[in-house]
Write a protein of this length. Structure first.
Length: 317
């Protein structure tokens, strides 16, 4: 495993790797050379994932044993940061490489505006087939995030998928099918976005009992309105009043997501992608788990728990 110590923001790095451009700012440049290669590219994003709760980053609990094995074949960035610690703003930056001042994104205008060229549009113009299977209504097609994708499946809109676990497994299944149908072929871009481990933390069995010890600084919490001072009322579970109850469940969701990403990566490897293309694994932002008296949320401050994200790159190169 190659560990890369860089303080680059993840969106700029992702776009630089995929498109050869470091930012969204226009700059004089010679005409591009004709494209002779179209290596497949896969972007896997895991919502609300803190790297310091991943064993691949040295966490004391073995939450990501499968990703740790994959990491041995790639590069792990230990100083990657989100541009915006909320899903919409983060993915505007990831998909455009632009700052909010350039993209027009703001809390009053929280969407991917049409005047921004997106990563998918850029690859589509280069001849790529593009597809996305996503689970978070904050990246809905109605907000502009589907631009450039020939296939864009919003898992939450499928009434046959009854809960988050069903939607998560459907993302993996659809991604695996897409990759296998293109085994040995170039010229395709696939985005998989998993909503786990976003609150409410409710990992399926056996991950709901994977971690039951007390976390450091465990304490009893009161139920509150809002996200400061205790358990947010909308996330409160009867009988669960300690910090450990919620951190254990958060870590269980990470361990479950680890199994799903592992299945997707195995299929991508079988399809020959790791020999010909690249897989990028990241998150849109982290999560505050009681630091600074801020509980089970993100976006209200700019400390490391919400700003720092994982970033791994596998494949050719």
């Amino acid at each position: 495993m190659k560990t890369v110590r860089s303080r680059l923001a993840a969106p700029a790095l992702l776009l630089a790797i995929l498109t050869g451009s470091c930012t969204g700012r226009p700059a004089p440049a010679p005409p591009p050379a004709p494209v002779t290669e179209r290596p497949p590219v896969v972007l896997i994003t895991i919502d609300t994932l803190r790297p310091d709760h991943m064993s691949v980053y040295g966490y004391r609990r073995d939450t990501t044993p499968r990703l740790a094995k994959w990491a041995a074949e790639g590069a792990v960035f230990d100083q990657a940061y989100t541009y915006w610690p909320k899903t919409r703003g983060s993915f505007v930056a990831i998909m455009t490489g632009r700052t909010a001042g350039e993209s027009g994104y703001s809390p009053k205008n929280p969407e991917l505006h049409a005047f921004n060229a997106t990563l998918a549009e850029t690859l589509q113009k280069a001849g790529y087939e593009t597809a996305a299977f996503v689970d978070n209504a904050n990246v809905a097609a109605s907000l502009g995030y589907s631009r450039g994708f020939s296939t864009y499946v919003e898992m939450w809109a499928d009434a046959s998928l009854k809960d988050e676990v069903a939607r998560t497994e459907a993302i993996t299944k659809r991604g695996v099918e897409f990759a296998r149908a293109r085994a040995g072929k170039d010229g395709w871009f696939l985005w998989l976005h998993y909503v786990n481990p976003h609150a409410p933390y409710a990992p399926p069995a056996p991950f709901d009992r994977a971690f039951e010890d007390k976390v450091p600084n465990d304490r009893s919490l009161r139920v509150v309105d809002g996200f400061f001072g205790g358990i947010p009322r909308q996330w409160a579970i009867p009988g669960q009043t300690r910090l450990s109850d919620y951190v254990n469940a958060y870590d269980g969701e990470i361990a479950y997501a680890d199994t799903q990403v592992d299945r997707a990566l195995a299929a991508l490897k079988d399809a020959g992608l790791l020999q010909r293309g690249a897989v990028l694994i990241a998150s849109d932002h982290g999560e505050s788990l009681g630091e600074h008296d801020y509980y089970f949320d993100h976006g209200a401050n700019l400390f490391d728990p919400v700003q720092r994200i994982p970033l791994m790159i596998l494949g050719r190169g």
